[in-house]
Design a protein around this ligand. Structure first.
Ligand SMILES: *[C@@H]1O[C@H](CO)[C@@H](O)[C@H](O)[C@H]1NC(C)=O
Ligand SMILES: *[C@@H]1O[C@H](CO)[C@@H](O)[C@H](O)[C@H]1NC(C)=O
Ligand SMILES: *[C@@H]1O[C@H](CO)[C@@H](O)[C@H](O)[C@H]1NC(C)=O
Ligand SMILES: *[C@@H]1O[C@H](CO)[C@@H](O)[C@H](O)[C@H]1NC(C)=O
Ligand SMILES: *[C@@H]1O[C@H](CO)[C@@H](O)[C@H](O)[C@H]1NC(C)=O
Ligand SMILES: *[C@@H]1O[C@H](CO)[C@@H](O)[C@H](O)[C@H]1NC(C)=O
Ligand SMILES: [Ca+2]
Length: 531
């Protein structure tokens, strides 16, 4: 009775969740419960976080030092009324200070707040300012970047972007009232772009000409118009955009950033030549920088939270990392892949699957990324296991190696080389207790010098006195040397070829020296026996 009721309830819940999934927007959820004959199961989808205003999560730095006005206090004029120079910037007075944080604050209604620079009093030296914005997270632009200038938009500026946390930078768009004059580039509009050149970096004159400081304050980086090339003017055909995102090389990355930099190269001039007698009307002032974007989570998360000072994807599909860019530790049966927008409308989650999960999911513990189906055995097996592993799931150690007890099965160091004494060992099979040895003592047929030597050598591979492990190897319980990477042999006396360390040609000479060491040890042993 109870279990019937429970399963009915579960089915209902599953039905509800599934229904919810279908009514939400595209790629909004990562999973939903689906009711099946033998109970509800999870179904997984490609998913991404909602777009948000990134303004609150950005760190802003301005250069050069001293570019912000108010220290010392300074009077400035306006372009429209150059003889009204009553306004003052004073960093020490909160009402008259214009620090950088006012570019991305939440303004109380009616109160305009802005960052402002010093005036161009050092003309003809150019008035240059850089605003470097870091999100400390890969984000994907979902709408236009808007930079709002008070007192006029710059006549020349550049937006740069970085995709790698500020290590490398690329121009994103050039802005000038005369592109040819400022950058030697022909003036273009985003409307001039087509599907084949949508990622072209252009210079535009749309936002730099003087139209009065109050009429148009925004400088735009057009994301929507670029999307519209694929999705239509009202973005009604998003499936087509998403399909292009998957198939067109560089398209996704074009809209992905970790940092932005505004390079302000010349302030607004008021539509005339520069008037040297009144340089107090030339400066930059920015009241707002709007960056609508979503966290890049590789289609493995529908949430992105601000934690420990930075944005983090809430990874699903058993992925992990700030951008869900890896499989979780015990879910590395297949190598990691981003989710895909295709096939539309739900895409493919490309989930990470659990180690040791049954049927079909061939687990190789990360030692192989190829599986092969063996028809007559009806099994799937890993191919070319690396890291000295072997077996259907790369779960065993190769001959001449033993299992590292402190390492997980998916660890690169899971198998340790036996380093068995070639002369004394029966065969090259070993475990953590050591190598198998030639039988000594009982049953030995008479006095056989060679046998005796082998027995001796087998029982005492190394010690602290004479049989020293070479090349910084360490003696393990007198039974074998644990060699550093790059060396092998009973006493770690042989460089491994191709390891990049040591010299392979030295192998024969070191074999001689090994023989010498052994002989010395034997003589020493005989001396102590006969003493
Ligand atoms: C702005 O950044 C660019 C690129 O890193 C640099 O060459 C330039 O000197 C910077 N300008 C200022 C005023 O700091
Ligand atoms: C950037 O994000 C990483 C990962 O979340 C974090 O460890 C680091 O402290 C952050 N750096 C800054 C400057 O916020
Ligand atoms: C982009 O391509 C279209 C034709 O496909 C061409 O008319 C336009 O000039 C190109 N734009 C740029 C910036 O090269
Ligand atoms: C991830 O792993 C958990 C078990 O830890 C499992 O319940 C869940 O279904 C897995 N999710 C996916 C997408 O494989
Ligand atoms: C055994 O595995 C651990 C964990 O990876 C590793 O630190 C250690 O070096 C390994 N031991 C040897 C002898 O390789
Ligand atoms: C290690 O191998 C020896 C013989 O080769 C065997 O007697 C011993 O039981 C093995 N020890 C373990 C822990 O498997
Ligand atoms: Ca503001």
């Amino acid at each position: 009775m109870h279990s019937d009721l429970a399963s009915t309830m579960l089915r209902l819940v599953a039905l509800l969740l599934h229904g919810l999934a279908l009514t939400l927007g595209q790629y909004d959820i990562c999973k939903s419960l689906v009711s099946m004959d033998d109970g509800p199961i999870w179904e997984f989808y490609a998913c991404q976080p909602k777009p948000i205003s990134m303004k609150e999560y950005m760190k802003v730095k301005v250069d050069p030092p001293g570019i912000t006005c108010g220290d010392p206090p300074e009077r400035f004029c306006t372009l429209e009324n150059p003889y009204m120079c009553s306004d003052e910037c004073d960093a020490s007075n909160p009402d008259q200070a214009h620090p950088p944080k006012l570019m991305h604050d939440r303004e109380k209604s009616g109160l305009l707040t802005y960052w402002q620079t010093v005036t161009w009093s050092r003309f003809p030296e150019p008035l240059l300012a850089n605003i470097t914005i870091s999100f400390n997270k890969s984000i994907e632009l979902t709408n236009d970047i808007l930079v709002t200038f008070e007192y006029g938009r710059p006549t020349i500026m550049v937006i740069d972007k970085s995709l790698d946390y500020g290590r490398t930078w690329h121009p994103y768009q050039f802005y000038a009232d005369d592109c040819m004059d400022a950058f030697g580039m022909p003036a273009k509009k985003v409307q001039d772009l087509s599907a084949t050149n949508v990622t072209r970096v252009i210079c535009t004159e749309e936002y730099s000409r003087w139209v009065g400081s109050k009429n148009e304050k925004n400088v735009r980086f057009e994301v929507r118009d670029r999307f519209a090339i694929f999705a239509g003017t009202r973005l009604q055909n998003m499936d087509n955009l998403y399909t292009r995102m998957e198939s067109m090389k560089g398209l996704k990355d074009f809209f992905t950033i970790t940092n932005l930099r505004l390079r302000l190269l010349q302030p607004a001039l008021g539509g005339t030549y520069i008037q040297r007698e009144n340089l107090y009307k030339y400066f930059y002032a920015i009241s707002n920088i709007e960056v609508p974007a979503r966290c890049k989570c590789n289609l493995h998360a529908s949430q992105c939270l601000f934690r420990d000072g930075s944005l983090q994807c809430e990874c699903e599909h058993n992925t992990t990392g700030q951008d869900c860019g890896r499989c979780k530790k015990t879910f590395r049966a297949k190598s990691w892949r981003p989710g895909s927008y295709l096939p539309t409308p739900n895409g493919s989650p490309n989930t990470c699957s659990a180690s040791g999960s049954p049927q079909g999911n061939c687990e190789c513990y990360g030692h192989s990324n190829r599986c092969s189906y063996i028809d007559f055995l009806n099994i799937v097996t890993c191919v070319s296991c690396k890291h000295n592993t072997r077996g259907q799931n790369c779960e065993h150690c190769r001959l001449g190696h033993f299992r590292n007890a402190t390492a997980e099965l998916d660890d690169e160091n899971v198998c340790i080389e036996c380093n068995c004494n070639q002369m004394g060992s029966l065969h090259d099979r070993c475990n953590e207790t050591g190598c198998p040895f030639t039988q000594c003592g009982d049953g030995a047929t008479g006095f056989e010098p060679l046998n005796l030597l082998l027995c001796f050598l087998a029982a005492n591979v190394c010690d602290e006195e004479f049989l020293l492990c070479q090349n910084a190897g360490t003696c393990y319980q007198g039974q074998r040397c644990l060699c550093p990477p790059g060396f092998k042999g009973v006493l770690c006396e042989q460089p491994k070829c191709g390891s990049g360390e040591g010299d392979c040609d030295a192998a024969s000479t070191s074999f001689l020296s090994l023989a010498t060491i052994l002989l010395c040890a034997l003589l020493h042993q005989l001396a102590t026996l006969t003493a």
